[in-house]
Design a protein around this ligand. Structure first.
Ligand SMILES: NC(=O)c1ccc[n+]([C@@H]2O[C@H](COP(=O)([O-])OP(=O)(O)OC[C@H]3O[C@@H](n4cnc5c(N)ncnc54)[C@H](O)[C@@H]3O)[C@@H](O)[C@H]2O)c1
Length: 352
């Protein structure tokens, strides 16, 4: 049964390209094994192995125009939020080197202009630079209208901008929860709302990158507000990876562990004095284990080009997520231990 995308991308040079895709089930036979630790009838968990014999692989619809994965970024129109700093900046520079046509945004105008100048100075193409607050739907919608009017629909959307606030539930104020959800969850949703439908209508396929976090996979101590946003973004990604597949649009969920970016300095720990020497020591410990933002940028670009859903930038998160899914009880015990250890360290720091 052919699937079709016929709506053209009005007002753009590519307008009129009507794509008719085709489902071509390949019926690939795979052998996979899934392990499951069952909640017990008794108090003891039982390990049950299931063997899945058939996995039907359904090739994404395409007539050769909509391509998935995006094999090269050369001349691809890429929107990057949070481009002024850290992971967003490193990704913009790396994508510029690979020939992408960049559309950059960030709330920090000065930082954004500096990154755009750096990329242009190195011979990269920056087609659009605009300071905007992604939590403001009106600002994102206005930006999208201008971009679509001047350049047509985009090929790659990268939701990278974000902020971080930690704290116990007794210390977190309403504004902290609200800010996490507004910027880290509603921000990417605004970008998806405004930029994905024209991408679908253009029928060329594309890719959506959502930067979540290890805190979008695990219940890390003091991360409730941050995790509310990052688990939420993971939920959106989990649905869209299947919904958008028929349009030839891939989805990547990026889950970095520690990354040595300015965010480490700006993370707000409510109820804790960041200048406290013990806290500085803890932050220093985090920074020593953190990876460079360039490593995350490289993982993101590889994730796009190989159409990977889960994108890791460090093996601790990859192994931890595998462990969580395969060994539920030991995972729970390990997380209790981690929570006790970190809470004790924070309390010691609070006492000075
Ligand atoms: N640094 C880490 O250890 C780490 C770990 C896991 C996930 N992350 C995630 O990676 C992403 C990038 O973080 P980073 O470490 O590069 O931090 P960063 O502070 O270096 O960069 C974040 C950028 O987002 C921008 N920004 C903040 N609020 C904005 C808003 N309302 N509208 C538009 N732009 C806004 C900032 O100005 C900044 O340039 C974030 O989503 C963060 O949650 C970071």
């Amino acid at each position: 049964m052919p699937a079709s995308v016929t709506k053209a991308d009005e007002g753009h040079p590519d307008a009129g390209v009507a794509v008719r895709g085709r489902h071509r089930p390949l019926g690939v036979l795979l052998l996979a094994a899934a392990a499951e630790v069952r909640p017990p009838q008794t108090d003891r968990p039982t390990l049950e192995w299931r063997t899945l014999l058939f996995v039907t692989y359904d090739r994404p619809p395409t007539d050769g125009t909509a391509t998935m994965p995006i094999k090269t970024l050369q001349d691809r129109r890429c929107l990057i939020t949070g481009a002024a700093s850290g992971i967003g900046r490193a990704t913009a520079i790396a994508a510029g080197r690979r020939g992408a046509r960049l559309f950059l945004t960030d709330i920090n105008d000065a930082g954004l202009q500096a990154v755009a100048a750096e990329i242009r100075g190195a011979g990269g193409t920056v087609s659009f630079v605009r300071a905007a607050d992604i939590s403001d739907h009106g600002a994102v919608a206005a930006m999208a209208k201008e971009i679509h009017g001047d350049h047509g629909s985009l090929d790659v959307l990268m939701n990278i901008a974000g902020v971080s606030t930690w704290g116990t539930v007794e210390n977190l104020q309403h504004e902290h929860w609200q800010r996490m959800v507004d910027i880290n969850l509603m921000g990417p949703i605004h970008v998806i709302e405004c930029f994905v439908p024209p991408m679908i209508a253009a029928g060329r396929g594309g890719h959506l990158v959502n930067v979540s976090s290890a805190a979008g996979l695990f219940g890390l101590p003091w991360h409730a507000a941050y995790s509310a946003s990052k688990f939420g973004l993971r939920g959106v990604s989990e649905v869209l990876r299947f919904d958008l597949r028929r349009h030839g649009i891939g989805v990547s969920l990026v889950c970095p562990g520690g990354v040595d970016t300015p965010l480490v300095g700006t993370v707000q720990i409510v109820g804790v004095d960041r200048d406290n020497p013990r806290i500085k020591q803890l932050v220093g410990h985090f920074q020593r284990r953190a990876v460079a933002p360039e490593r995350v940028a490289a993982a993101i670009l590889t994730g796009i080009q190989k159409n990977r859903y889960m994108v890791y930038s460090s093996s601790d998160v990859r192994v931890g997520y595998w462990f969580q899914r395969k060994f539920a009880l030991p995972y729970e015990l390990a997380m209790r231990g981690l929570n006790d250890a970190l809470t004790a360290a924070m309390r010691r720091a609070q006492r000075g």
